[in-house]
Design a protein. Structure first.
Lengths: 262, 92
C-alpha cells in the first residue's frame, strides 16, 4: 500500500476516534456540532492571534526603519562636515538595523501567509459546519433507526476529517506564532533598552551619539546661517512652517515681531 | 476521487489522472524511505502541484470523506513520520 494511502487511513482513523459517540445517535450529532462550533471559535481566535503578531512585527519594522533613516541622515551630515569617522559609525549602526529589518520582514511575510491560510481554513470549516447543521436537522426530523446510523456516520466522518485538518492547522500556526513572538519580544527588549536607538536619541546615549547630535544641530545652524547670508529666509523647520499661506518670505518682518512677543 | 491536501482543503481529481499522480506519489515514498529531506521536499511539492493542477476544488459545503489525504505543503520528513506513527496528529 502506498505511503500516502497509509497516511490517509491513519489520519481518518484518528479523526473518527476523536469524535464523540453517544448512546443515542441523535445526541452524537448534537455533541459533534457543539465541538465544531468550539473549533470554529478556536480558529477565529487563531486568526486574531496571528494578526496581532503580524501587526506587532509591522510596528517594529516601522520603528527600525525610522531609526535607519535617521542614521542615514546623520551619516550624510557627518560627511558634509568632513567627519568620516562619525559617518562610518552611523552607517555601521545602520547596517545592524538593516539586518534586523530584513529578518523581521521575513517573519512578517510568514505570519501573513499563516494568517491567510487560517482564514481560508476558517471559511472551509464554516461552510462544512453549516452543511452539517442542515444535515443534522434533516436526519433528526426524519429519524428512523434503520437508516439513521448510516447517514449519521457519513456526516460525522466528513466533518471529522475537516476538524482534524483544521485542528492540525491551528496547532502549527500556534507553534509558529509562539516562535515569532519570542523573537519579537527580544526585539522589543532591545528597543526598550535603547541599544538600538542610542545614536538617535537627543541627549541620550554614548559619546558618539552626542557628537553626532551636536554635529547635526551645528550643521542645521550653519545651513540656516548660510541661507540668511544669501538673503533668503531660513528654511524654517516644518513645525513652524504650516499655518500661514502666502509664504514666509512675504511676511518675514511680521513673523519676527510675532516671535518676539511670544 | 477526492484528495485532501492538509491545510488547503479537498480537490476532485479525475480517475484518468491517477496514474500520473501515482508516479509522483512513488517519488515521495522513495524520498521518505531514503530519509532525504531535500528530495522529499521537491517530490511532495511536485505531488501537491499535480493534485492542484489536475484537480478542481471540492464543494466547500459537502460532508464527503476524502479518498486520499496528503501532507501539508510545508511538511517535513519528521512531520510525515509523526503522522505515520499516529502520534499527535490530531489535537484534542
Amino acid at each position: 500500500m502506498s505511503l500516502m494511502k497509509r497516511l490517509s487511513m491513519i489520519f481518518r482513523t484518528k479523526a473518527n476516534k476523536a469524535l464523540d459517540k453517544a448512546e443515542d445517535p441523535r445526541e452524537t450529532l448534537d455533541y459533534s456540532y457543539q465541538r465544531q462550533l468550539e473549533l470554529l471559535s478556536k480558529v477565529r481566535r487563531g486568526v486574531a492571534d496571528v494578526a496581532t503578531s503580524r501587526k506587532r512585527v509591522e510596528l517594529q519594522v516601522n520603528q527600525l526603519e525610522q531609526q535607519a533613516a535617521k542614521l542615514s541622515g546623520q551619516a550624510q551630515k557627518a560627511i558634509d562636515m568632513g567627519r568620516e569617522d562619525l559617518a562610518r559609525e552611523a552607517l555601521t549602526r545602520k547596517s545592524g538595523l538593516t539586518a534586523q529589518i530584513t529578518d523581521l520582514k521575513t517573519q512578517h511575510a510568514a505570519l501573513q501567509a499563516e494568517e491567510e491560510k487560517l482564514t481560508l481554513a476558517q471559511q472551509r470549516l464554516q461552510a462544512k459546519v453549516e452543511a452539517f447543521r442542515t444535515r443534522k436537522e434533516t436526519i433528526k426530523a426524519t429519524y428512523t433507526a434503520a437508516e439513521a446510523q448510516t447517514r449519521i456516520n457519513e456526516a460525522m466522518s466528513g466533518i471529522g476529517e475537516e476538524m482534524g485538518d483544521v485542528g492540525l492547522a491551528i496547532q502549527r500556526a500556534e507553534d509558529k506564532t509562539a516562535q515569532m513572538q519570542a523573537r519579537a519580544g527580544a526585539i522589543d527588549e532591545l528597543l526598550a533598552s535603547g541599544a538600538l536607538d542610542d545614536v538617535t536619541q537627543v541627549g541620550g546615549g554614548d559619546d558618539i551619539s552626542r557628537e553626532l547630535d551636536a554635529m547635526s544641530s551645528a550643521a542645521d545652524v550653519e545651513a540656516e546661517l548660510a541661507a540668511l547670508k544669501a538673503g533668503n529666509a531660513p528654511k524654517a523647520p516644518e513645525a513652524i512652517e504650516a499655518p500661514t499661506e502666502g509664504g514666509i518670505l512675504a511676511t518675514e518682518p511680521e513673523k519676527a515681531t510675532t516671535e518676539g512677543e511670544s | 476521487m477526492i484528495v485532501r491536501i492538509l491545510g488547503e482543503g479537498q480537490y476532485d481529481v479525475p480517475e484518468e489522472s491517477l496514474e500520473q499522480l501515482n508516479q509522483l506519489d512513488s517519488a515521495v515514498e522513495a524520498a521518505v524511505g531514503a530519509e532525504d529531506e531535500v528530495t522529499f521536499g521537491h517530490a511532495l511539492a511536485a505531488l501537491l502541484d499535480g493534485v492542484r493542477s489536475v484537480g478542481t476544488p471540492h464543494a466547500a459545503d459537502s460532508l464527503d470523506e476524502s479518498d486520499l489525504i496528503l501532507p501539508m505543503a510545508d511538511a517535513t520528513l519528521a512531520d510525515v513520520r509523526t503522522m505515520l506513527s499516529g502520534d499527535g496528529l490530531i489535537p484534542g
